[in-house]
Each structure stands twice: as structure tokens, then as C-alpha cells.
Design a protein around this ligand. Structure first.
Ligand SMILES: C[S@@+](CC[C@H](N)C(=O)[O-])C[C@H]1O[C@@H](n2cnc3c(N)ncnc32)[C@H](O)[C@@H]1O
Length: 407
């Protein structure tokens, strides 16, 4: 039933007409009705839409745009048949022209800094990952969900229900089709495609995984990685991020760098030849599997020291005070928070290169770093997850002149 403004409190299933406002973090657009702020999926700023309420909570209301009454010029037909209201929860932006997806992500990053770091204009530009034109066929790793009869698919948005699919258009071409067969009793199937074209499939049952290895090539260097270890998702992201870290961090021969949350040692491997034999790179990573991969892939990088540790625990014991020139910080989605920021600032690096997959966590951490005497210097964004709302941002933090030393 379509309801009119001012009628009853909103309830799940209500349909109403709204004007779609600004984008919010998380792939939603803001609309207002009945005195409530509504987070609408599948819309674009400036559109008029009929929306259906999907969730009502005390602090937020969610809805899907189910009919577009006035279309944005940036609306396109979603390339994927499984995208849309109530369907696959993976891609939020399939209905938006790729150039607009990027400008929306730019706005999300800018808003995050305005709200959480009190920085009005950070001037971020979200670029495509080099080589990516269409925003499709980029994802080297896919996690397939398994339904009760062993068929593969993806979760519907915010649902435990698994939607059967026969293709994923954002996966690299070789793996766009669903892996063959059924997987009864399997919790999750992972597939990955290496730079050599080989597709590797791994199935996880409770308590065990038949782990497999994938080959990647980045800037002329070969990697052989366990499918379970972290690896950048976009086929071009590892190269783009390594270049950004080197460009923005500007490492020099003889310097000591820390690569915190190093995964399999991606950034360490390319910092190492730059700092050279008189320098040192210390890679700190919590996953034993990733450290094993780093040992295997960096065995000839003699001036990289690999440390398997929780980053906070390692920092608390660190005795490199004053010797660290640069820090690469690539934490999980939650960011680092005050304890780690303080410990890093206390080492007085000349630059911190922060690689972030969540702009809000990044902006919060930038604000925290500012209380320890570091300010945002440069910032750049990569559309490393096209067709979704996700964005990768690389920022540098530098000491504020005259800052108090932290002990
Ligand atoms: C976003 S990934 C970055 C990996 C790597 N820099 C890359 O680009 O390939 C974050 C990494 O942090 C590791 N990690 C998460 N929490 C950690 C912690 N508390 N201490 C150490 N490592 C952690 C994860 O295992 C993962 O490898």
C-alpha cells in the first residue's frame, strides 16, 4: 500500500514516494519521510522513486527503490541480472554509470573526512585501477556460499538466504561462471584466478579447508600465495597500491620502514630493493599462514624482517625509537584507534602511509593521529571494488612542525 507523508509510523512493507538525496557510507542514499531518515538502496541522488521499507529500527530505516519515477542521467541497466532489490547482496552500484560511481565514492570519502576528521576539503580523487574500463571482470577471488542442497550462490542482501546464480560478472572472466558440481556438507567454496589464468578452487567444511595456492605477478615479480591468505581483490589493485605507497611514501636508500598488517609481505617486497642493503623493512602480520607465505615469497629479500605478531603487542615492545623513517599501515576495516596511533607517533617516522578500505575508519584515525602531532598530507583514492560501494584510499600523515614529542 502506498502511504502519504504524515500518515502512520513507517513499517516494513510500506511503499512511499520520495526524492533521493545525498549518498551515505555503505551504498545507501538518504531520503526523508514521516520525520525519519531513510537509507535507500538502488537509487541515485536527484531521482524520485517509489521505495519499499525493508527494515525499521529505532535509529534507522532501510528501504529499496522499487520504481524510479524520475531517472538520473547516470542510471544504466544493471549488467548483472542478479543485481537489484531483494537480490544478490554483493553489488550496490550496478545501476550507476561507472564514472558516477567514482564521483559518488569521492563524495563519501570527502564526507567521511568532514564528519570524522573535521577537514572540509581534502581534495581526494577516486581513480580507476589502471586497466579497468568497465568495472566488470576484476575480482580475482570469489567466496561462494553453499545452500542446504550443496548448490553455490550468494547471500541475498542482509539475509541468510542463498540466491542461486550462474555467473558473477565482477569476477575475472575465467571464474565468472559458478564452479561446477555440488558441494554437499561444504560451508563455503573459494575460487581464485592467478595471473597465469589457472583457476584454483578450495572447499571448506567445519574445521578443515583443502587449501590451495595461486600464482600472481605484480610489477615483474612472481608470487605464490595460499588461497586463504589475504591478497588484494582487484586484478590490478596490488600493482596500483604498491605504486601509490612508493610514490607517496618516497622511501630512500638506508631507511628503516615498518610494514604493519603486512599480509604476505606485498609492500615489503617492493620497499626492500629501494631501502637497499643499508636499510631495513620490518613486516608485522598476525596470520601465521600469511607469514608462512611471506617467508616463501621473500626468502631472497635479506633486509626484510618478518614478524608474526599482533601489531599492538609488537608495537608495545618495539625499541626502534627514532630509527623508523616510514610506516605503511594497512589495517583491517576497523582501522587502528588511539593506542596504535600513539605508539606509531611516538617513533617519530617522517611519514605514515595509510592504506584504507574504509574511509570512515581512516578519517577517524586521521583525527586521532592529529592529537599525536601528525596531519593529513596527501590523499588518493582507487576504485578497487567497482560496482560496489567500497573504495580504497591511500593517505599520508606527516609530523606537524613543533609537535610535542610523545613518550
Ligand atoms: C587489509 S590486509 C593487508 C595485507 C597487505 N598489506 C596487502 O596489501 O596484501 C590486513 C592484514 O592485517 C592482518 N591483521 C588483522 N588484524 C591484525 C592484528 N591485530 N595484528 C596483526 N595483523 C593483523 C590480516 O591477517 C591481514 O593480512
Amino acid at each position: 500500500m502506498t502511504i502519504k507523508a504524515g500518515e502512520a509510523p513507517l513499517a516494513v512493507g510500506d511503499v512511499l514516494e520520495v526524492v533521493i538525496g545525498q549518498i551515505a557510507h555503505g551504498g545507501h542514499f538518504i531520503a526523508h519521510a514521516q520525520g525519519r531518515t531513510i537509507f535507500v538502496r538502488h537509487a541515485i541522488t536527484g531521482e524520485s522513486a517509489r521505495i519499499k521499507i525493508t527494515e525499521v529500527r529505532s535509529k534507522m530505516v532501510r528501504a529499496d527503490a522499487i520504481e524510479i519515477l524520475v531517472k538520473s542521467p547516470d542510471r544504466v541497466v544493471a549488467p548483472c541480472q542478479f543485481a537489484g532489490p531483494g537480490a544478490c547482496g554483493g553489488c550496490d552500484f550496478q545501476h550507476i554509470a561507472i564514472s558516477r560511481q567514482r564521483s559518488l565514492k569521492q563524495q563519501v570519502v570527502q564526507d567521511a573526512f568532514r564528519r570524522h576528521a573535521h577537514l572540509d576539503e581534502v581534495g581526494v580523487v577516486v581513480e580507476s585501477v589502471p586497466g579497468d574500463q568497465s568495472g566488470l571482470s576484476w575480482r580475482t577471488r570469489v567466496r561462494w556460499s553453499v545452500d542446504s542442497s550443496g548448490h553455490l550462490g550468494f547471500h541475498r542482501f542482509r539475509s541468510s538466504e542463498i540466491l542461486a546464480v550462474n555467473t558473477c560478472l565482477i569476477a575475472t572472466q575465467g571464474q565468472g561462471g559458478v564452479p561446477e558440481g555440488t558441494y554437499p556438507g561444504v560451508l563455503e567454496v573459494r575460487s581464485a584466478q592467478g595471473s597465469d589464468g589457472e583457476i584454483v578452487i578450495s572447499a571448506a567444511t567445519s574445521g578443515s579447508t583443502n587449501s590451495r595456492r595461486v600464482n600472481h605477478e605484480v610489477l615483474g615479480r612472481n608470487w605464490n600465495i595460499d588461497i586463504e591468505s589475504f591478497w588484494q581483490g582487484h586484478v590490478g589493485a596490488a600493482e596500483a597500491l604498491v605504486r601509490a605507497v612508493l610514490d607517496l611514501g618516497n622511501p630512500q636508500p638506508g631507511e628503516t620502514w615498518w610494514d604493519l598488517y603486512s599480509g604476505v609481505g606485498l609492500f615489503s617486497a617492493y620497499l626492500s630493493p629501494v631501502v637497499g642493503p643499508t636499510g631495513l623493512v620490518v613486516a608485522v602480520e598476525g596470520s601465521a599462514r600469511s607469514i608462512r607465505d611471506a617467508r616463501r615469497n621473500l626468502q631472497h629479500d635479506h633486509h626484510v624482517k618478518l614478524v608474526e605478531s599482533d601489531v599492538a603487542r609488537w608495537l608495545a615492545k618495539s625499541t626502534d625509537h627514532g630509527l623508523v623513517s616510514g610506516v605503511v599501515l594497512d589495517p583491517p576495516r576497523t582501522g587502528v584507534g588511539p593506542v596504535i596511533a600513539r605508539q606509531i607517533a611516538a617513533q617519530e617516522p617522517r611519514v605514515v602511509v595509510y592504506v584504507a578500505c574504509d574511509p570512515v575508519a581512516l578519517a577517524r584515525d586521521v583525527e586521532i593521529f592529529s592529537t599525536f602531532g601528525y596531519r593529513l598530507d596527501k590523499i588518493t583514492g582507487f576504485d578497487a571494488f567497482p560496482m560496489t560501494h567500497h573504495v580504497e584510499v591511500v593517505a599520508t600523515l606527516v609530523p606537524i612542525p613543533g609537535r610535542d614529542q610523545i613518550s
